[in-house]
Design a protein around this ligand. Structure first.
Ligand SMILES: Cc1ncc(C[n+]2csc(CCOP(=O)(O)OP(=O)(O)O)c2C)c(N)n1
Length: 372
């Protein structure tokens, strides 16, 4: 599938780096008018940071420092743009590739590497962040998000009359995950309950080695319609479209408009994970087509056209070097966790079953007669 596919597509930033807001998209255009030069620079900086992080993590996996890596290369605009479209009270339910979204919400990137090294079972303290667990089981997070959004509605946190109190939920998932029953159930429950949720599908064209057209007979942005969830397809390599469309539908959801599905048409430039070899199932010509629509290149073209000089891009490259060095050092310094960590945070309170299992492990280890 190419970006010029027949379905309507929201695009503001063209691959040539030109910004144009068509009259029929004025409802989104007002969100772009609020952006300052600093916002555009922030978008670029964070997209570059995300790509650098991916490259570094790939290398760390190859050096045996991580068990696996899941790169988001090519999907930076969809993630950084939508991440910044999410409001200060909103809750985010990622899948497993949303490092870019994590960057926009100040998640410590080392905490993601810890999971992929296997020294942390995953997750962030819900008291400290609104960014929820990375979810490997496809589609589960979409149901979690939908349940959360139903709770938000029951708690009366939608359309309170005070925008500072309202909140909404966003759930990320891939094209492949739409084939899971969980996602269809989520659409139905969200629609029936008019829940404050945006479903953000990154259609990166591949579910490991299965193409999108093996998962659906209709464009994915139409998938929710039969359930009562309207949809919009955006150019997922356009950070401005990702930002404006996400922000509008999150704002609407907070004000009681109910769920909306966004399909971000993008492309996974790299492998599915470090365990995958995409040359086995896709053509180089397709990859080249998408590289010519690279999300960072087009924003760079726009910035240069608007007078941003080489100094800025040099600073970004320098910051990338620094971040990579810090990430390497922090990863090399990671320690194995104490074995009892596996019992922590299973339940919010002490639980007899967990106590029993801990006692069993202590006995078992003691049976070796040493400290090891
Ligand atoms: C329920 C379930 N089935 C199968 C898998 C194995 N699996 C992991 S990733 C993946 C492909 C997912 O593709 P997509 O939803 O398009 O997301 P992407 O990885 O491309 O971001 C599959 C089949 C899984 N993790 N969970």
């Amino acid at each position: 599938m190419t970006i010029d596919a027949e379905s309507p597509l929201v695009q503001f930033l063209s691959p040539d780096g030109e910004v144009r807001v068509p009259a029929n998209l004025a409802q989104y255009g007002e969100y772009l008018r609020e952006l300052t030069e600093q916002d555009y620079l922030k978008f670029y900086r964070d997209m570059a940071r995300c790509r650098r992080f991916d490259n570094e993590a790939n290398a760390l996996q190859r050096q045996g420092q991580l068990g696996l890596w899941i790169p988001a290369i090519g999907q930076e605009a969809a993630q950084i743009g939508s991440g910044y479209g999410v409001g200060a009270n909103d809750h985010i339910f990622p899948s497993y590739r949303e490092h870019g979204v994590a960057i926009t919400h100040d998640i410590d990137l080392i905490s993601i590497l810890k999971m992929l090294r296997g020294v942390n079972h995953g997750g962030w303290n819900p008291d400290e962040t609104r960014f929820h667990l990375y979810a490997i089981v496809l589609g589960t997070q979409v149901l979690h998000a939908t349940g959360y959004a139903m709770g938000v509605k029951f708690d009366g946190k939608v359309a309170t009359g005070n925008k500072a109190d309202d909140l909404a939920v966003i759930s990320y998932f891939g094209d492949g995950a739409t084939a899971e029953g969980d996602v269809s159930e989520a659409f139905l429950f969200a629609a029936i309950n008019q829940s404050p949720i945006v479903f953000f599908c990154q259609n990166n064209q591949w579910a490991i080695s299965s193409r999108t057209d093996a998962q659906t007979k209709v464009p994915l942005y139409q998938r929710g319609e039969g359930f009562g969830v309207p949809g919009t397809r955006i150019d997922g390599n356009d950070v401005l479209a990702a930002y404006a469309v996400t922000k509008k539908h999150m704002d609407d959801a907070r004000e009681g408009a109910g769920p909306h599905l966004i399909e971000a048409l993008t492309y996974r430039i790299g492998a599915h994970t470090t365990s995958d070899d995409p040359t086995k199932y896709r053509d180089e010509a397709e990859v080249e087509y998408w590289k010519a629509r690279d999300p960072l290149d087009r924003l760079e073209k726009f910035l240069r056209r608007n007078g941003i000089g080489q100094d800025f891009f040099d600073d970004v490259a320098h910051a990338g070097e620094e971040m990579s060095r810090e990430i390497r050092e922090a990863t090399f310094a990671l320690q194995n966790p104490p074995v009892e960590n596996m019992f922590k945070h299973v339940y919010s309170q002490q639980h007899p079953l967990i106590d029993e299992q801990m006692a069993w492990l202590e006995n078992y280890e003691a049976s070796f007669g040493g400290d090891e």
